[in-house]
Design a protein around this ligand. Sequence first.
Ligand code: NAD
Length: 358
Amino acid sequence: MELTIQTSSPYQILIRRGCLDQLGEQAGTLFRGGGRAMIITDSNVGPLYARRAADSLAKAGFVPDVFTFPAGEESKRLSTIERVYAAMAEQKMTRTDFIVALGGGVTGDMAGFAAATFLRGIGFIQIPTSLLAQIDSSVGGKTGVDLPQGKNLVGAFHQPRLVLIDPDTLATLPPRFFADGMAEAIKYGCIKSRPLFELIRDNDLSKEPKVLERMITECVDCKRRVVEDDEFDTGERMLLNFGHTLGHALEKHYAFSKLTHGEAVGIGMVKICRAGEALDLTKPGTAEEIAALLRQYRLPTEDDAPAESLAKAAAMDKKGMGGTLNLILLREIGHSFVHPIPKQELLPIIIKEKEEHA
Ligand code: NAD
């Protein structure tokens, strides 16, 4: 399956089992033959797939090199980027050379940021290997790193030249990260597509590769539509934050230790839907329908963190502008909208949601 995304610089997204081995051939249509390519990958993904990526590039006449960093969010920082720059400078890479991001969202965000800034910007190809990266972070051009003060505080919009999604790489992804990605897939169904929601509900995607490939395509298509409407995140793209206001607040409340991102977003989706139902803005029963699907993928749906702590953490979220917080609500599954509220109204909403549920 091939999708083209019409951003300021359009590019193709190829979703096909086994397409990792087509990297060289595909790169040959975009970059000068004989050029250098830096494959950036982490310590889990590199040993599994970097050789295949490098061989494919070499076969197509490129000169590949591999930069490997220790896996994990802790590596997503400027000091790693500095080491990437040094490796590329040592290889005397020029503006016509390119980067290949081979890994999960951490790799994609970092390699993309290195590509956005090295020599004021060079091309890069995304080869996402986690479910979250395949359906979300590899598409849309948001790149960046964390600071000690917070996640994703430094970054740039830099679109890849190509995204190669090989669902077969998910065979080696640990189950916990697979579930994490499923929470985001369920989110797309909630905000944009009831048929996608039902596809996830009516199949066991951890066991059905063909359906999984279809689901990835549908999710990427949802992301494509949202990004095309709002490349620089000033409006419609906010819909992708469904479940994230309370999800981020939960992650912060537990100092990023108790819940994974996907688990927190799942709970956030249920809570915000219950709030929407309490406000008569969301069709009754929506929250329970989402909770049932999350449970199907062994994701939690409840948490008893205090309302005051969640409201405080959410009010500090960088996505809130001034005194306003943009809540993403559903009218029903498949239809989402932005509901701006004054920040101080969040606490009574969370308390009401808790009371309704008690
Ligand atoms: P990750 O890159 O750390 O990958 C998760 C884990 O899975 C890692 O241990 C990784 O080594 C391993 N892994 C990945 N693919 C594998 C495979 N095929 N086989 C075996 N192991 C594999 O994290 P993630 O969950 O993919 O992404 C999270 C990051 O994405 C966060 O930093 C987040 O901020 C970012 N993100 C960015 C965007 C965006 O639009 N740019 C969107 C959402 C999330």
